[in-house]
Each structure stands twice: as C-alpha cells, then as structure tokens.
Ligand binder design. Structure first.
Ligand SMILES: [Cu+2]
Length: 126
C-alpha cells in the first residue's frame, strides 16, 4: 500500500511539475516560423534559465481561416517540457516563458504542419 502511494505521489509530481513560469526572464529567444521551418532551429540554453520565447509566424502555415479550430503555426516543445503555443497567425508574435529545468536535447515542432513542412527544431539544455 505504501509503495502504491509513493508511486502515485511521484506520478503526480511528474505530471504537475510545471515548466511554464512567471519569473523574470534570464534570456529572450526570438524564433521565426514559416513553411521553410524554424529560424533558428537549434537553440542552446543553460539548465535553470528562465527563457522567454517569442515566436513569430512569417506565413499562414496550414491556413488563415480563423473560424477553424486550427490555423497558423505552433511552437510545441515535446515532453517533458510539453509547452504548446498554438494558432500563431501570419505576422503575429506569441510569447511563452519556460524554466529550463530538464537538461538534454528536446525537439520542438509545429504539430499542424510538420508532416508537410520542415517545421522541426531542437533545444539543447546544458
Ligand atoms: Cu506550422
């Protein structure tokens, strides 16, 4: 029983460990996304840094029908970060602040269009 509780407690911590933060940023990273991919597509960061990502879409991505649920581009850092910024319209800049608590290599992508366009990149946290 105790083991089960410990397991549940650790799972809870894993799933609620939040990488989004309201703390002041140590670094600003500006990223452009288009059908040609992300620029830059390799980003080096330091563990523990609070990073403000500013993502600007240069084109309409999968489409500019704003009555649809999905339009524009995204910036999604895969788990364990699991940070999603979606529906970035052409010409629009969206921001997200992330504390880089996990060291390693992490992919980011646009789930909307990465099957069609080379919208993939990687973040290296050391
Ligand atoms: Cu996209």
């Amino acid at each position: 029983m105790k083991k089960v509780l410990l397991l549940l407690a650790s799972l809870f911590l894993v799933f609620t460990a939040c990488t989004k933060t309201d703390k002041p940023a140590d670094k600003v990273v500006e990223i452009k996304v288009s059908k040609n991919g992300y620029e830059p597509d390799v980003i080096h960061l330091k563990k523990g840094q609070v990073v403000l990502f500013k993502i600007t879409a240069l084109d309409e991505g999968i489409g500019d029908d704003y009555t649809e649920k999905y339009y524009g581009h995204c910036f999604y850092i895969l788990p364990p970060y699991d940070v999603m910024v979606e529906n970035i319209k052409k010409g629009e800049t969206k921001e997200v602040k992330v504390k880089m608590i996990y060291p390693g290599k992490f992919l980011f992508t646009c789930p909307y269009c990465s099957g069609i366009f080379p919208t993939k990149g990687k973040i290296i946290v050391q």
